[in-house]
Structure formats: C-alpha cells, structure tokens
Design a protein around this ligand. Structure first.
Ligand SMILES: [Zn+2]
Length: 287
C-alpha cells in the first residue's frame, strides 16, 4: 500500500526551512488533515480530501507545524494534525477505504496517519519530561532542555507462512470475526534477529518448530506504527500445542481451505493484509 514510483519523500528538503516555508504557502501544495486516527475523505467516496494551502493555513497555524510527506510531479504533499473535531468533510478509517484507493494515495494517508500517531505521543521528552519542539518539517522532535532528539519509530513485526508438505499452519484469535484464519504473526523483541523472531513466535503460538526461514515481502502497517515483514518457513515438527494467545491453530490442506470457503466455515483475512497475500500465494501454487 505504500507509494512507490512518482513520489519522493524529499528527505534532503526537510531541513531547508526557506523551501518548506514557501511550499507551505504554495498554491500547488496539498494537505491531508489527520484527526486522531482518522483521515479526511471526499464525502461518500474512497478518495482523500486534500486541502489547498489556503484552506489548510488555519489548521497549520493552530498545530504550529505540518509534516512534509514528499513531492511528486503535481504537488508538494503535507499532513496536518487536527486537535478537535473540525466539523469539516467526512472522516474515515484508512482500513475501510485503503483497498479502494490508488496505492499512492493510500500510501500518503498511511504515512500521514503514522506521523500523526507519533507526534501525538511525543509532545514530551522521554528522557527528561520537558516539552519537545518540532523540527525538520515534522520529522524530528527535539528537547530544548536536554538536547535529546526524538525520531519517528516503526515497530518490526514478523508474519510467516509455515508449511509442512502439502499443509499450511493457520490460526485464529477469539476476537476475530467467525471463520477468519490467518498465518501467524508477532512482534520482534529487542536484540532478536527476524529469523529468530519467526521461530519463537511460531513456537509460542502453536508449539511447532520451524527451519528454513525465508524472506517473502513486507508491508507498512500503520495501525498504528508497524512494518510487517513476511516470511515462509518449513515445519520440522507437526504436533500443535496451544497457548492462550490463539483460540485455534491447525494444519490446512488447500482442499480444506477451498471446502471451508465453499461451506462458509473459512474466511480469508482482509485483502489489505500481507497475510492474505501469503495465504493466496500458497493456494495458487501447485504441489
Ligand atoms: Zn529532554
């Protein structure tokens, strides 16, 4: 979902205060307001409602900053935090709209949402407790009391498709919609390699041992600030031992998945998710 071609995060421009200040007032600049975890959409549509500089100016003034998202051929893109219900437009959840949007636009809104989440939690220095100041076009918060610099963080999470011959290990949590199964996933701990995190999470959630952990693909997951790093792995044990975290974990053959879909007992995870891609890649592969 994150933007690829045609968009430049323009990291080298963030410290250029004259450039940023000119772009904040430029008629071609566009602003994505973020209110709590919500983005602004065109009423009744899965399209972002981008504000021109003139309309965004009061919001930028109230916030004291805007976040430079980047530049493309058409515009310079910013996000701006909104503190209270502004009573404008239609606020929506990116999870509901993301799939129906262009990848570039969904990526920009995800970026905006993630930056807003970070700013909302870093108003005070984690080292000394003083109020922090926004710098570098919204990409740094600096502490004037102790000089600590605070940068946006992304939490790495591993998500893995574990196979044993013809079968794939899938599980579900009690809180999920009935019938929804996913590949297993979990957060990486400090000091841990991604491969070790894969093996540990699979063991914790299912009791299955794995080997041959291979990278598959990754996906920014701004709910709130993760990067999902997808892997495949081979099981070297079969027996499942459940801990509290999962309601059910079991081995599925492709036929069992197809049968479950047909009789309504199996539902895929959101098509928005890397879990969906890992699962459908396996279903589509032969043998
Ligand atoms: Zn400090």
């Amino acid at each position: 979902m994150m933007a690829a071609g045609g968009f430049d995060r323009a990291g080298e421009r963030r410290r250029d205060e004259a450039w940023v200040s000119a772009r904040l007032r430029d008629a071609h600049s566009r602003f994505a307001p973020v209110w709590e975890h919500r983005n602004l959409f065109v009423a009744g549509e899965s399209r972002a409602a981008w504000l021109p500089a003139e309309e965004a100016a009061p919001l930028v003034k109230a916030a004291g900053y805007a976040v430079l998202l980047g530049v493309s051929d058409e515009a310079t893109w910013f996000s701006v935090p909104v503190a209270e219900d502004p009573g404008i437009g239609e606020w929506g959840d990116l999870r509901q709209h993301g799939l129906l949007m262009t990848p570039l636009e969904a990526g920009l809104l995800a970026f905006a949402r993630g930056m807003n989440h970070w700013h909302a939690r870093h108003g005070f220095c984690g080292v000394c407790g003083a109020a922090t100041e926004v710098r570098e076009a919204g990409h740094l918060r600096a502490c004037p009391a102790c000089d600590a610099l605070h940068f946006p963080r992304t939490d790495p999470a591993v998500i893995m498709r574990v196979q044993h011959g013809e079968r794939c290990l899938l599980g579900r949590q009690a809180a999920w919609q009935p019938g929804v199964y996913s590949v297993l996933a979990g957060f990486v701990e400090p000091g841990e390699s991604l491969e070790d995190a894969v093996a540990r999470e699979v063991m914790e959630e299912s009791g299955v041992a794995v080997a041959n952990v291979r990278y598959h693909s990754s996906q920014p997951w701004p709910f709130p600030a993760s990067l999902m790093i997808g892997f495949t792995a081979e099981a070297i044990s079969e027996e499942i031992r459940l801990e509290d975290e999962m309601e059910e974990v079991r081995w599925f053959t492709r036929d069992e998945v197809h049968q479950g879909v047909a009789d309504g007992t199996f539902r895929f995870p959101s098509t928005f998710s890397i879990s969906h891609r890992l699962l459908t890649d396996w279903l589509d592969a032969r043998g």
